[in-house]
Design a protein around this ligand. Structure first.
Ligand code: MLC
Ligand code: AMP
Length: 517
C-alpha cells in the first residue's frame, strides 16, 4: 500500500469532484477536480526538475489555495515540504535555508531579490515565486505541465515535512515528520472530532505551522469537506462567513477577539458544530465568556510541531465533558505520562513533566542526532518541555471543579518559551540580538500577561555606563532584523538583573516585577 499522505487524501476525495473544495474570501471557487489537476501540474513540475531523493521544498509565501496545492504537490511528488513563517526576515531565512539545504525555494515576488540571494548562496538549484493572486514563476512553469500525475509511492517512515521550532539553546531545530506521523494523526482526529463530508471549515489560520497546515487542512481534506479560506484573522470575515460554516479552529487570541465583538452571538453561530482552540493556553475566562455568548463549548486540544496533536477534550459528549482549563484526554493511540524529576510517574493531582509516545511522534531533528537523543528518554518517550498534571482541580470564580484523573492540564513549561498570539518566541534568540547592540551589557527577555496575545514579549536591558538606550530605537532596529511577532513590545532599562546564588538570572522575579505592564 502507498503510505504517501496524498494517496490517503485522494482515497477520500468526494465522488462528485465538481463539488467545491475551497471557496476563498474574495469569491473564488476551487473544485476537487481543480485541486487534483493543480497538484498534478505542480508535482509534474517538481518531478521534471529531477530533484534528488528526499529533496526539500522550502516555501515562504502568503496564504492562498495555490500555496496549499504546492504543499500537497510536494507530498504527491514524494518530496519534503518545509513551510516558513512569512514574518521571517533575512537572517532567519538564511539560517533555515543553510540548515535544510532545500533544492527548491519558493517565495513571494516582492521578496525574490533577497530570498534568491540567500538561496543561491546556499546552493539551492531552483528559486520560484508564488503570489497570493495566482501569479508567479512557479504557476507559469507548472501551467505547461500535464494535469494528471501518479502519486509517488512513499513508505510510512519517509519524510513528508520539516517544521522548524526554535531551540531553548542555540538555533532552531527542524522537526522531521513522516507520512505516518501526519496520516495517523489526521485519521485519529477525523474520527475523534466527528468530521463529516458536509462540514464547512472556516480556515483563517496561517498555513506555515502545524495548526493551520496540518490540523485544520488535513481535517477538511480527509473528510472531503469544503473549506472557506481567508488569508488572516479578520472579524468582518468571521461575521460574514460563520453562518455558513460548521467548524472553526484558532489560537486563543481568535477567541479573545470574537468575544469582544458584540455581533458575535448564538444566532450567528447556530450552524456551527465545533470550535477548536490550541497552540497556547486558553484562559478559563475566555472559555466561559464564549459559551455564555454563543452557547458553544470550545474544544481545547494540545499538541506541538514535533508530535502534531496529542491530547484533546472530547467532541462526543458520551466520552466526557469539555472541561475549560484542561486540554482533555490523550488521543486514541497516543500515550501521555507525567513524570517527576526522579523518573517516576506522578500521582493524579501532582505536577510533573509531560512525556509522550505514539505513531504521531516525529522522527527526530534534522541533522541533529545529539539534540534528538537529548529530547527522548532512555525508554523512548519524547520530552515535551511542558509541565502538567492529570486530574486535580480547576479553580475559578465559580469555585473549584474536580478534574477526572484521565484529563490533562498544562500548567506551565520547563522550556524557556514565550507563546505570543500562538507563535513561539525563544528568549535566548532575542537576547542574543539585543546583546550585540551598542551600549548593551546584557539582557533578559520575558513573557508578561497580555490580554490579546496571551503573553507579550518584554526585554529587560542592562546598559553600559553612560550609554543612551532608547526604547523606540531598539524596537525599530529589532523590527528590521527579526520576525515582527518576536520583537519586544516594551524595553526596560535597568542597572542590573536579579540573580540567584548560582549567578543565574531570576526571570521569575522579572516576570513578577513587570507583570502589570
Ligand atoms: C502579530 N503581531 C504580533 C503577533 N502577531 N505580536 C505578538 N504576537 C503575535 N502573535 C504584531 C505585529 O508585529 C504588528 O506589530 C501588530 O501585531 C499587528 O500585526 P498583524 O499582522 O495585523 O496582527 P494580527 O493580524 O492581529 O495577528 C495576530 C494573530 C496572528 C494572533 C491573528 O499572530 C496569528 O494568526 N497567530 C496564529 C499563530 C498560529 O497559527 N500558531 C499555530 C502554531 S502551531 P507592529 O508593531 O508592526 O504594528 C502550534 C502547535 C499547536 O503551536 O499546538 O497548534
Ligand atoms: P510549537 O513548537 O509551535 O509546535 O508549539 C508547541 C507548544 O505550544 C507546546 O509545547 C505547548 O507549550 C504549547 N501548546 C499547544 N497547545 C496548547 C494548549 N492547548 N495549552 C497550552 N499550551 C499549548
Amino acid at each position: 500500500m502507498n503510505a504517501n499522505l496524498f494517496a490517503l487524501f485522494e482515497s477520500r476525495f468526494p465522488a462528485d469532484r465538481s463539488a467545491c473544495c475551497i471557496e476563498t474570501h474574495d469569491g473564488l471557487y476551487y473544485t476537487w477536480d481543480d485541486l487534483d489537476r493543480a497538484t498534478a501540474k505542480l508535482a509534474n513540475l517538481l518531478t521534471a526538475l529531477k530533484l534528488p531523493a528526499g529533496a526539500r521544498v522550502a516555501v515562504q509565501v502568503e496564504k492562498s489555495p495555490e500555496a496549499l496545492f504546492l504543499y500537497l504537490a510536494t507530498l504527491r511528488a514524494g518530496y519534503v515540504y518545509l513551510p516558513l513563517n512569512t514574518a521571517y526576515q533575512e537572517a532567519e531565512i538564511d539560517y533555515f535555508v543553510g540548515n535544510a539545504e532545500p533544492a527548491v525555494v519558493v517565495c513571494s515576488s516582492s521578496n525574490f531579490g533577497w530570498v534568491s540571494k540567500v538561496a543561491f548562496a546556499h546552493n539551492t538549484a531552483h528559486v520560484f515565486t508564488l503570489d497570493d493572486n495566482r501569479t508567479g514563476s512557479l504557476l507559469q512553469r507548472a501551467a505547461a505541465q500535464p494535469d494528471t500525475f501518479e502519486t509517488v509511492p512513499r513508505a510510512d517512515d519517509d519524510l513528508a515535512a520539516i517544521l522548524y521550532t526554535s531551540g531553548t539553546t542555540g538555533r532552531s531545530k527542524g522537526a522531521m515528520l513522516t507520512h505516518r506521523n501526519l496520516a495517523s494523526n489526521a485519521l485519529t482526529l477525523n474520527e475523534y472530532w466527528g468530521w463529516r463530508s458536509d462540514d464547512v471549515l472556516l480556515h483563517m489560520l496561517p498555513i506555515f505551522h502545524v495548526h493551520g497546515l496540518f490540523v485544520a487542512s488535513h481535517g477538511a481534506l480527509l473528510a472531503g469537506a469544503k473549506m472557506i479560506w481567508a488569508p488572516r484573522l479578520d472579524m468582518g470575515q468571521i461575521l460574514k462567513f460563520i453562518p455558513r460554516c460548521t467548524v472553526m479552529m484558532g489560537v486563543p487570541t481568535y477567541y479573545v477577539r470574537m468575544v469582544q465583538e458584540s455581533r458575535f452571538d448564538k444566532e450567528l453561530c447556530k450552524n456551527m458544530r465545533l470550535f477548536v482552540s490550541g497552540s497556547a493556553p486558553l484562559l478559563l475566562e475566555t472559555f466561559d465568556a464564549f459559551r455564555e455568548r454563543t452557547g458553544h463549548t470550545i474544544l481545547e486540544r494540545y499538541g506541538m510541531s514535533e508530535t502534531v496533536m496529542l491530547v484533546s477534550n472530547p467532541y462526543d459528549t458520551a466520552l466526557g465533558d469539555r472541561i475549560g482549563g484542561t486540554v482533555g484526554m490523550p488521543l486514541p493511540g497516543v500515550s501521555v505520562r507525567v513524570m517527576d524529576g526522579e523518573g517516576n510517574a506522578c500521582q493524579p493531582g501532582v505536577i510533573g513533566n509531560v512525556e509522550v509516545k505514539g505513531p504521531n511522534v516525529f522522527k527526530g531533528y534534522w541533522r541533529m542526532p545529539e539534540k534528538t537523543a537529548e529530547e527522548f528518554t532512555a525508554d523512548g518517550w519524547f520530552k515535551t518541555g511542558d509541565v502538567g498534571r492529570f486530574g486535580g482541580a480547576i479553580v475559578s470564580q465559580a469555585g473549584e471543579r474536580k478534574v477526572p484523573d484521565d484529563y490533562l492540564t498544562i500548567v506551565g513549561r520547563s522550556k524557556d518559551l514565550i507563546i505570543s498570539g500562538g507563535y513561539n518566541v525563544y528568549p535566548k534568540e532575542i537576547e542574543s540580538f539585543i546583546d550585540e547592540m551598542p551600549g548593551v551589557v546584557e539582557s533578559a527577555v520575558i513573557g508578561v500577561p497580555h490580554a490579546d496575545f496571551g503573553e507579550a514579549v518584554v526585554a529587560v536591558v542592562v546598559r553600559k555606563p553612560g550609554a543612551d538606550i532608547d526604547e523606540a530605537n531598539m524596537i525599530g532596529t529589532l523590527k528590521s532584523r527579526i520576525a515582527n511577532f518576536k520583537v519586544p513590545k516594551r524595553v526596560h532599562v535597568v542597572d542590573e538583573l536579579p540573580r540567584n546564588t548560582m549567578g543565574k538570572v531570576q526571570k521569575n522575579v522579572l516576570r513578577q516585577q513587570f507583570a502589570t505592564l
